[in-house]
Ligand binder design. Structure first.
Ligand code: UD1
Length: 433
C-alpha cells in the first residue's frame, strides 16, 4: 500500500504552480457530453476524481482523447441514446460527483440511470435538492435497485427555490435546465467560483445562463449546445492548502496561477492570526516568521470560509498560541482527523460540530491514516511541521484531489516521499538523515 513518509521541520520556500480546480473540472467534464461536438478542455487537474469520471463517461460511449496530462478532448456523439445510459455503482462508489451525469444526460437525452451515491466519509450527504430540481423541471425520478432513474418526456423551465445552499444541486439543476423549454430560475443557489466556471463553460457551448456567482441563477433554455474550447479556473483549495503548508512550517511561498479574490476568506484569516499575505494579479505570497495567534472559524458557503479548508486551517491553529474554536456548519463529520492529530501531540476537543483547539508549541511525527481527501492533505501539513518522521497511510484519498502533491512539496524543500514498502521507508530515512 502506498503511503507518504515525511521528515518535518523544514520551512517550505520557493514557488508552486496551482492546477485547475477539481470541483469545477467534475462539472465541466460531465457537461461536455451534452453536445455531439468536440469540447477541448485545458487546465484539467490530472487527479483520481477526474480520471474516474472520465472512465465513467467512456463506459457510456463518450469519446475521450487525452491531448496531454492536463488537456482532454471530449465528444458525446457516440453515446448510445437508445440504450440504457447507465452509470453503475463502480464509478459512483469511487466518486460521488459522477452524479453530475444525471443532470447532463437528463438534460440532453431526457433520461439517465445512475447508481445512488452511498457511503460518504464526511457526513450524511442527501441529494433531495437535486431530485427536487429535476422534478420541478418535469422529470420523474424513481429509485430502484440502488439506481436513480430519471426520465422526462420533455423538460420545462421552472422556478426552483433550494432549501439548503448546495453546490452539487445548483450544478446538477443548471445542467438539466440548459436545454429545457423556457426559463428556469434557481433561487438560493450556491455561489462558489466553480459554479461560475461551469456556467461560463456551458455558455461557451451556447447556453444562456445569467447570474452564476449570485444567489439567483437565470437560465433560458436553448435547443442545443455546440463544441467549445475552455480552460478551467485554478483550484482555490489546492492554493489554500499550500498557503497553510507555508505558514505551518514557518516558510515563505509564492503560490502562482491563482485568483486571489477566490482566496480572500483564507487570506483574511491568515492575516488576522499574524501571517503575511501579499496579493499579486495571479499569485499570492504567504509567509510566517514566528508563532501565529489563535482565532475562531466558522465554515460557510462561499464567500465564507470553505469547509474544504477546515482541516488544513485546524493544523495551523493547533500550532498557534492560545485557544481557537472551529465550527463546522456544512458537514457534520468533518473532524475525523482529530484522533490522528492527537497522536502527533495536538490538543483538540470535539463536541458536536465544534472543535476547541488548544495551541501547542509543536507536533512530533507519528504513524497516521488519512480519513478523507482534505483531512489527508492536512495531515501532510502536520507531518511537514512536525519534529521527526511521519508516515501517512491511505493516501489514495489525497490523490483524489491533489496532482503530484509530494512533487510540488519537494520542490519547496519539503522532505516527503511516496513509498510502498518498508525498504523504501528505510531508504528515505537514510537519505534525509
Ligand atoms: C461540494 C464539493 C465539496 C465541498 C462542498 C461544500 C464538489 C464535487 N464537492 O460538495 O468538496 O465540501 O461542496 O462546499 O464540488 N445537502 C442537502 N441536500 C442536497 C444536497 C446537499 O441537504 O440535496 C446539504 C449537505 O448535506 C451539506 C450541504 O447541503 O450539509 C452542502 O452540501 P453541497 O454544497 O451539496 O456539497 P457537495 O456538492 O456534495
Amino acid at each position: 500500500m502506498e503511503q507518504y513518509v515525511i521528515k518535518g521541520k523544514t520551512p517550505l520556500r520557493g514557488e508552486v504552480v496551482i492546477g485547475g480546480a477539481k470541483n469545477a473540472a467534475l462539472g465541466i467534464l460531465a457537461a461536455a457530453v451534452m453536445t455531439d461536438g468536440h469540447c477541448k478542455i485545458e487546465n484539467m487537474p490530472n487527479v483520481r476524481d477526474t480520471n474516474v469520471l472520465l472512465q465513467a463517461m467512456e463506459a457510456i460511449g463518450a469519446n475521450i482523447r487525452r491531448i496531454d496530462d492536463n488537456t482532454v478532448d471530449i465528444s458525446g456523439k457516440e453515446i448510445d441514446a437508445l440504450g440504457n445510459i447507465t452509470i453503475d455503482n463502480e464509478f459512483i462508489r469511487k466518486i460521488r460527483a459522477s452524479y453530475y451525469l444525471i443532470g447532463a444526460l437528463l438534460g440532453k437525452y431526457k433520461k439517465a440511470q445512475v447508481a445512488l451515491p452511498g457511503g460518504c466519509d464526511i457526513g450524511s450527504r442527501p441529494i433531495d435538492q437535486h431530485i427536487k430540481g429535476f422534478e420541478a423541471l418535469g422529470a420523474t425520478i424513481r429509485i430502484e435497485h440502488g439506481m436513480i432513474i430519471a426520465e422526462a418526456d420533455e423538460l420545462i423551465g421552472s422556478h426552483i427555490y433550494l432549501d439548503v445552499v448546495s453546490v452539487g444541486a445548483t450544478i446538477n439543476i443548471m445542467l438539466a435546465a440548459v436545454m429545457a423549454e423556457g426559463r428556469t430560475i434557481i433561487e438560493n443557489a450556491a455561489k462558489e467560483p466553480h459554479i461560475v466556471d461551469i456556467a461560463n463553460f456551458l455558455n461557451s457551448m451556447g447556453a444562456n445562463i445569467k447570474g452564476a456567482g449570485t444567489d439567483v441563477i437565470r437560465i433560458k433554455g436553448v435547443k442545443e449546445l455546440h463544441g467549445t474550447e475552455y480552460s478551467i479556473i485554478p483550484d482555490q483549495i489546492e492554493a489554500g492548502t499550500f498557503m497553510m503548508a507555508a505558514v505551518a512550517t514557518r516558510g515563505d511561498v509564492l503560490i502562482k496561477n491563482v485568483i486571489p479574490k477566490h482566496l480572500e476568506a483564507i487570506s483574511a484569516k491568515l492575516i488576522e492570526i499574524g501571517a503575511t499575505v501579499e496579493e499579486f494579479d495571479e499569485a499570492v505570497r504567504v509567509s510566517a516568521t514566528h508563532r501565529l495567534k489563535q482565532t475562531n472559524i466558522k465554515t460557510l458557503p462561499y464567500p465564507g470560509f470553505p469547509t474544504d479548508m477546515q482541516p488544513q486551517m485546524a493544523i495551523t491553529l493547533a500550532l498557534s498560541e492560545g485557544t481557537s474554536i472551529i465550527t463546522e456548519s456544512i458537514f457534520e463529520n468533518r473532524f475525523k482527523y482529530v484522533d490522528e492529530l492527537a497522536r502527533m501531540g495536538a490538543k483538540i476537543k470535539v463536541e458536536g460540530n465544534t472543535a476547541v483547539i488548544e495551541g501547542v508549541e509543536g507536533f512530533t511525527g507519528a504513524k497516521v491514516s488519512a480519513p478523507d481527501l482534505r483531512a489527508g492533505a492536512a495531515l501532510v501539513i502536520a507531518g511537514l511541521a512536525a519534529e521527526g518522521f511521519t508516515a501517512i497511510e491511505k493516501i489514495g484519498y489525497i490523490q483524489r484531489g491533489y496532482e503530484n502533491f509530494e512533487g510540488k512539496l519537494r520542490a519547496l524543500g519539503g522532505q516527503i516521499e511516496k513509498v510502498s514498502s518498508e525498504k523504501e521507508i528505510q531508504k528515505f530515512k537514510l537519505k534525509v538523515g
